[in-house]
Design a protein around this ligand. Structure first.
Ligand code: AP5
Ligand code: MG
Length: 181
């Protein structure tokens, strides 16, 4: 978990190699659906381009299908999911059904100006359609309103690991690995 631009994708990509597990980014999955113009993609596009969250049912269907597949039976790292309380509760149900267990919930933190700076910079290079200043700010707002409550949720479950997301990329990876042991 963490606000847009905090480094979820960057760190997940490094951690998956260290732990030899699958990295599932719901943002990447949805962008893939948009590219192939699937029904899910067409539905998701309008929400994503406005910086809003795609409906919970859509995400829960994707996750149920994805984590039930054989490649996920030895561990996986969810990036950008869950993002709402119903998603967190839905994830519990799904994991129970297939006999999986959540080991940890990592919350990456950084200050807002740094986040906007990173994303506007990336927007210039990558051309991700939701990386313009206006939509970036909306995504930040949505994070604080809808996703930040999950920090308390996972704290109560005893699973929360808070990690400072400011610093160099390898420094942050090291902090996450230390938080996981
Ligand atoms: P998603 O794809 O998850 O995007 P996001 O949360 O907005 O976050 P980003 O991917 O932009 O940032 P990140 O934290 O991964 O940072 P990154 O590593 O890229 O979601 C997009 C949309 O999809 C949502 O708005 C929503 O509509 C929909 N969606 C997805 N999941 C959903 C869900 N569960 N429910 C409902 N809707 C959902 O790094 C950012 C930049 O910073 C990069 O350029 C990177 O190179 C740079 N950087 C990284 N680390 C550092 C560092 N330490 N120092 C300097 N620069 C750094
Ligand atoms: Mg990402």
């Amino acid at each position: 978990m963490g606000p847009p631009g905090v480094g979820k994708g960057t760190q997940a990509d490094r951690i998956k190699k260290k732990l030899n597990i699958i990295h599932l980014s719901t943002g990447n999955i949805l962008r893939g659906e948009i590219e192939t113009e699937s029904d899910v993609g067409l539905k998701a596009k309008t929400f994503m381009n406005k910086g809003k969250l795609v409906p919970d049912e859509v995400l829960l269907d994707i996750i149920r299908y994805r984590i039930s597949r054989p490649d996920c039976q030895y561990g996986y790292l969810l990036d950008g999911f869950p993002r709402t309380l119903p998603q967190a509760e839905g994830l519990n149900v799904i994991m129970n059904d297939i006999d999986h267990e959540l080991d940890a919930a990592i919350s990456l933190t950084a200050d807002e100006n740094e986040l906007v700076r990173r994303l506007v910079l990336r927007g210039k290079e990558s051309g991700r359609s939701d990386d313009n200043p206006e939509v970036v700010r909306k995504r930040q707002q949505v994070y604080w309103q809808q996703t930040a409550p999950l920090i308390d949720y996972y704290k109560k479950e005893g699973l929360l690991k808070e990690v400072n997301g400011l610093g160099t990329i390898p420094e942050i990876t090291k902090r996450i690995m230390e938080a996981l042991v």
